[in-house]
Structures are given as structure tokens and as C-alpha cells.
Design a protein around this ligand. Sequence first.
Ligand SMILES: Nc1ncnc2c1ncn2[C@@H]1O[C@H](COP(=O)(O)OP(=O)(O)OP(=O)(O)O)[C@@H](O)[C@H]1O
Ligand SMILES: [Mg+2]
Length: 361
Amino acid sequence: MSTRRETMSVMLTTSKLTKAFRAKIKEPGLSGSFRAIRHPQYREIVAVDGIDLEVERGEMLAFLGPNGAGKSTTIKMLTGILTPTSGSMTVAGLTPGKDQRALAYRIGSVFGQKSMLYWHLPALDSFRLLGAIYDVEGAVLQKRLNALVELLEIGEHLKTPVRKLSLGERMRCEVAASLLHKPEILFLDEPTIGLDVVVKAKIREMIKRINREEGVTVFLTSHDIGDVEQLCRRAVIINHGRTVLDSTLAEIKHSYLRKKIIRVQYVQNIDCAAFSGFAILQCKDNEAVLEVDALANSMHETMTRIMAVGEVADVTISDMPMEEIISAIFQQGTGRSPNTSETAEFMTHEADIRRQGGVVE
Ligand SMILES: Nc1ncnc2c1ncn2[C@@H]1O[C@H](COP(=O)(O)OP(=O)(O)OP(=O)(O)O)[C@@H](O)[C@H]1O
Ligand SMILES: [Mg+2]
């Protein structure tokens, strides 16, 4: 009996889910293009490398990782867009790809980097078309649409061709489109990318609401830790296609919040050598930023040492930002030790390792 209940509460499973791409290697220039045609060479990119997952019905899961970690590839397999190379998965008890038609009625998806709406048509036309595709009866569709339009405040944009909408207006329409057929699980791949704080807040509120009121399971990838902190209790962190960590945000915070960031401003310029033994994040002129493990070090002793360096003008002690905690964990997945200044740079580094993939066949 309990096994049955357990089975019923599981919304998504993956077992050793793997996706390898075959990418054509092409040297630069025209001669490289000819060589690639005459003697094509390939290399294998293992984007997802044996991921095991279980997501409960009604759960909001953050699926995180650095650029190129394999998040979108995983979502594409779970939504049936890509076929796995090996391994298995179920979503709402169905197998993506194999049970694709039935699955389409049960899932919704938003890809922040790709529009699901018809570019040249007003969003309303796309909504009606989607309603027909999902067999939503006219009156039911209208009622659902009215509610979504009101919640996402998109009434005035419904009749404008999608290409003329701002990113924020379009994304709110995308979210509405993904929810029209009352999906049981919503896949969100960077739903707030490039949006201002007001629109982000609106979209997060909407996601919270459909989770609370309709019990929709949420599978979210985002580089915005605000999304993660406000929506999810659990985070799975992947890197190089493998799971690095599967934990609750509370546990992640607990294990990392022992790290404190101390920013001290002195009245006069200081000698940074005085901080030997500290993890120095920044030290210049009259200011130093230090990372201190509050459990391993007595705060009293730490502050005594800091005050011995010079006359203190101001000091602030803060917890390590969640954003840096997550990026430090990303780094652990690369086998390197976390280093805060490096990770901060890492978070803003736009280099996309997709470029390494060459021309893809
Ligand atoms: N169609 C494809 N052909 C070849 N390689 C691909 C293809 N799609 C993705 N990849 C490669 O697979 C790896 C994972 O890509 P994926 O898009 O899943 O990463 P991601 O975690 O979503 O990254 P980001 O945070 O940048 O969106 C990358 O190395 C990428 O270059
Ligand atoms: Mg992606």
C-alpha cells in the first residue's frame, strides 16, 4: 500500500540518463570546410552523463549548473525533444518520446531563449491554436485564458504581433501559453533571462501560484539565484553532465553559511601581508574583504586580529551570498577547490562552451 502511494507521488524519474552528441570537427577557413566535407572527422560530446533523478509530484526543483553543464539537454530529453543515447526516464508515468502525444497534454514548457509563440501572429491567435491542439473546450479555454491574462497582466498585449512585444511582455505571454492546458508539470529553462526585476517578480509569483493552487510540479533551470531561492526547496546541481549535489537549499545554506564575509575599512592604508592566514578576497589601499570560516575560527580572535592591523573606520560582516555558494559548488564539480573571487568571475563569465562543439550534424 505504502509502495503504491510512493509510486503515485513520483512525477519524474530518470535512471542513468545519458545523451551524447556527435559533433563534426571543422578547421577554420575555406580549406577547412573542404577537408571537413572530404574527410569528415567527428568527436563525441557527452552532454548528459548518467543522471539519476526522482522528483515528487508538486515539488519545485531547481536544476542548476554552469554553462554547458547539460541542463537544457536534460530538459529536452524530458520533454521528448531529444532522444537519450541510453538510460531511461518517466514523466507523469509516461516515457518521453515514446508516449509523446499523451505526454504533450500533461506537460508545459517555457524556454527563455526560444519562443513557443508564432512570431508574426498576435499572442491571442497562438493561444487559440494551442487550445485547439490540446483539445481544450472553447468555454474552458476562455475561462483559463481570462484568469492567466489577469494574473500575468497581458490583456493589452494580446492583439499585438508577438514580434512587436518587449521581452518581458513576450515572456509573460510564453508563461500563459505553457499553462493554458493545465499541465501537471512545468519545465522552465531560464524563464527570467534578461527580464527586469518587476517582470521577474511577476513570473515567479505566477509559478508559485500554480504550484500552490494547482499542485503543478516545477522543474526549473536558472542562472538567477533569486528564482531558485524564491521558488525551490531542493536543488540538484550538475556539471559536465553529472550530478554534483542533490540537497535542500536549507542544507546548502547551512553547510556554507559558516563562511562569513568581513569587509573592513581602515582610516589609513594598510599592509595586506598583515592578513596572512586569512582567505583574502580583496585587499587594496585602506580596505580589505576577507572570508572567514566562523566555525573553525573564533570570531573574537578574528576581530582582534583585524583590529590590530590599523584603526578601523567601518566593518560589515555578511553571510556568503547564495549565488557564490552555488558557483563554489559548480567549481567542486570541476575538481577545483572553491575560490570566491574566481567563482564571482566565473558567474559573470559569458564564454559558452557550446562553441567547442564545432559544427553539429
Ligand atoms: N545539438 C548539439 N550538438 C552538439 N553538442 C551539443 C548540442 N546541444 C548541446 N550540446 C553540447 O552539450 C553540452 C551541454 O549543453 P546544454 O545546452 O545542455 O548546457 P546547459 O547546461 O543548458 O548550458 P547553459 O547554462 O549555457 O544553457 C555543451 O557542451 C553543448 O555544447
Ligand atoms: Mg541551457
